[in-house]
Design a protein around this ligand. Structure first.
Ligand code: NAD
Length: 261
């Protein structure tokens, strides 16, 4: 229970990678603010289940993080209801694929708002409380697409490169405040965000999802395996530990060798 006494906010924690991170935070003893969209009954089951299984306080707030005032509000609520905000995991994200010249303006705006601006606002509103306590961990879930590009993903790639840049700035500004700021850059993780891309690819190519899974991995990753949410969560736990106290400003790859080749 190495994070007992700490409070973590994991954005987009009703699904996929965020859910895996939230579980690991609770397993380490941190009190938790969940966030994200989904069925109210399912989310309440998840909230109550984590609280019971790990004997920690777990709250949920359905803030829409594409709205800066709602980012400010969920941070204030976490501090008020759970007493502090020590660990901020900016994870919420969306995807849309189309070539640049066909990319809908509204999709560009939405991806930049959620995948990039919400990370900026989250850091902006969380850092003062962390500075006051002389301890904080900010972990931004970027992507291999924060380091390299793929076609059809202009908004996502631009946003994730932006997240890596913003991470570095916040890290150097807070380097002597007991705060570390890092970006995790996963390769392919089999979550609803990727399942949708696989279904679209199978439809377009007249194949099936298992065939597209193999093709998708082979296109970018030397290692033909999906990373699991629990593996990303284990890295988040490490970044919160004393062992990682001088690691800051880093884009950290967990991607089956994607950006190494
Ligand atoms: P997912 O679709 O399973 O989960 C996304 C979460 O974000 C959900 O809980 C959703 O409700 C929430 N969300 C979406 N819009 C929101 C908004 N406006 N306000 C609040 N919450 C919102 O996706 P995932 O694959 O788990 O992705 C999580 C993060 O990991 C994203 O930032 C994504 O870009 C990144 N990532 C994913 C992969 C992958 O292969 N799956 C790879 C690299 C990076």
């Amino acid at each position: 229970m190495s994070l007992k006494g700490k409070v973590a906010l994991v954005t987009g924690s009703t699904s996929g990678i965020g859910l895996g991170i939230a579980r690991a935070m609770a397993a380490e003893g941190a009190d938790l603010m969940l966030n994200g969209f989904g069925d109210a009954g399912e989310i309440e089951k998840l909230r109550a289940g984590l609280a019971k299984e790990f004997s920690v306080k777990v709250e949920y707030d359905g803030a829409d993080l594409s709205k800066p005032d709602q980012v400010a509000a969920i941070i204030a609520k976490t501090q008020k209801d759970l007493g502090s905000l020590d660990i901020l995991v900016n994870n919420a994200g969306i995807q849309y694929v189309a070539p640049v010249d066909e990319f809908p303006e509204a999709k560009w705006d939405a991806i930049i708002a959620i995948n990039l601006s919400a990370v900026f606002y989250g850091m902006k509103y969380a850092i003062p409380g962390m500075k006051a306590k002389k301890w904080g961990r900010i972990i931004n879930i970027a992507s291999a697409h924060g380091i390299v590009a793929s076609p059809q993903k202009v908004a996502y790639v631009a946003a994730k490169h932006g997240v890596v840049g913003a991470t570095k700035v916040a890290a150097i500004e807070t380097a002597n405040d007991g705060i570390t700021v890092n970006a995790i850059c996963p390769g392919w993780v089999l979550t609803p965000l990727v399942e949708k891309q696989l279904e679209d690819r199978a439809k377009a190519a007249g194949t099936d999802v298992p065939t597209e899974e193999k093709k998708m991995l082979a296109e970018t990753q030397p290692m033909l395996k999906f990373t699991k949410p629990e593996q990303i969560a284990a890295l988040v736990v490490f970044l919160c530990s004393e062992g990682a106290a001088t690691m800051t400003g880093q884009p950290i790859s967990i991607d089956g060798g994607w950006v190494a080749h």
